[in-house]
Design a protein around this ligand. Structure first.
Ligand code: ADP
Length: 396
């Protein structure tokens, strides 16, 4: 039997899952694990599909486990836990596929060179995503590897949705809106017909509200516009990212506060958003609790988050020329009825009527009959990568 591995690499972590095809051909995970703390005190943990612990290990800082050793530890551990299955390929999450890739890519030297060229477009993520690909290629050149992109799903957007009003040669050099969270949106689009019947052929706004947050306008299940742009910094305020910002604020920070590019980057990516406004936390659960206890800036941070979601939903509704439904997904979208209720009340002008009881109970349908619908659909980016990897191999 065949198995597929999915790797999702960050700056100091490598999350992985192992998938197998079931009787009906649908893929399901039989191992989930992660190696965290690379560069300090790495910890490895892995569980089976039912949550039972399969492996656990820690290293001290003096062990000096680097990315190369860590990646190979995960790969070798995975190979020892295939239970007789054959590892057909690794699918990797890669944040940027530029304009070249609207779907997954089988890794070879030419593809890898193109992906390297996108590092300046996503300097905080792309190098970390590519590192394990290169390491595995060095040690196991025979093992097929596939890249799945966060940008791919948005390549269906019309040029006007991707263009900045800069001199046009910047657009030709790649300075344009790409949109991210594409694997999450692709997964949601793939289940719309089953989970939100009718929306797969309608005008939908999908709200991926997690630590990172964005909205995608979908017509007939295809992306026509999104709130993230050139980077994953644009659009909605997020846990620690500011979202859309008048670029003149950056000049101010550089001229008046004398911040250099790295300091501005740190401020906008890591100290802003819900954390920056509240001065308390980037975690919605903590903010809800504090706001309930009277913490004014926790309330303000939440209100700003909701205000900006509704504002962008209005803009995306205009872009689509109407709205048939809203889908909530990711950590906040799936688990926080209060945020969903506040957003839906803010969108009543579009004709939707919230079903307060259904919303408190977690849906999946959150609205009463008549008017646009709203749904909760749990996302699954890893499953989407596994599907793309399996499909890529099947097509060869
Ligand atoms: P990521 O995968 O990008 O780290 P998630 O999709 O897990 O992010 O979302 C994390 C966010 O979801 C955090 O703000 C967290 O507080 C929020 N969240 C998770 N569960 C709940 C809950 N029960 N109520 C409110 N917010 C929640």
């Amino acid at each position: 039997m065949t198995a597929y591995a999915v790797f999702n690499a960050g700056s100091s972590s490598l999350k992985f899952q192992l998938f197998e095809p079931g009787a009906n051909g649908a893929l399901s995970p039989f191992v989930r694990g992660k190696l965290e703390g690379l560069g300090s005190e790495p910890q490895f943990i892995a569980r089976d599909g039912s949550g039972k612990m399969l492996g656990e290990r820690t290293w001290s800082a003096s062990d000096g486990l680097d990315h190369e050793q860590g990646t190979m530890y995960v790969l070798e551990w995975a190979r020892e836990h295939l239970g007789g299955r054959r590892l057909a390929a690794i699918g990797h999450r890669v944040v940027h596929g530029g304009r070249d890739f609207s779907g997954p890519a089988l890794i070879d030297d030419a593809v890898l060179a193109k992906l390297e060229a996108y590092v300046p477009l996503a300097p905080l993520h792309q190098p970390h995503n590519l590192k394990p690909i290169r390491i595995v290629r060095r040690h196991r050149p025979d093992l097929k590897q596939v890249a799945s992109f966060d940008t791919g799903f948005h390549q269906t957007q019309p040029e006007i949705a991707q263009l900045f009003a800069l001199p046009y040669d910047y657009a030709e050099r790649g300075v344009r809106r790409y949109g991210f969270h594409g694997l999450s949106y692709a997964y949601v689009a793939s289940v719309l017909g089953r989970c939100a019947p009718g929306l797969e052929t309608g005008k939908a706004i999908v709200a991926h509200l997690g630590s990172g947050a964005s909205l995608c306008a979908m017509v007939n299940g295809r992306s026509v516009s999104s709130t993230m742009g050139f980077s994953a910094l644009d659009g909605l305020p997020m846990g620690t990212r500011c979202g859309s910002l008048d670029p003149a604020v950056v000049f101010y920070l550089m001229r008046v506060d004398k911040l250099d590019a790295a300091a501005v980057e740190k401020l906008l990516y890591s100290k802003s958003g819900l954390l920056g406004v509240s001065g308390l936390s980037n975690d919605m659960r903590a903010l809800r609790e504090a706001a309930a206890g009277g913490h004014e800036r926790a309330r303000l941070a939440i209100d700003l988050f909701v205000y900006r979601i509704c504002r962008e939903m209005g803009a995306l509704t205009a872009v689509m020329g109407g709205l048939d439904g809203i889908v909530f997904t990711a950590g906040i979208g799936e688990n926080d009825p209060a945020t969903r209720a506040e957003v839906l009340r803010g969108m009543e002008w579009a004709g939707l009527k919230i079903d307060e009881g259904a919303n408190r109970a977690g849906g999946p349908l959150l609205t009463l009959a008549g008017g646009p619908q709203a749904w909760v659909i749990p996302t699954d980016e890893e499953l989407m990568i596994a599907r793309e990897t399996a499909a890529m191999l099947a097509a060869r």
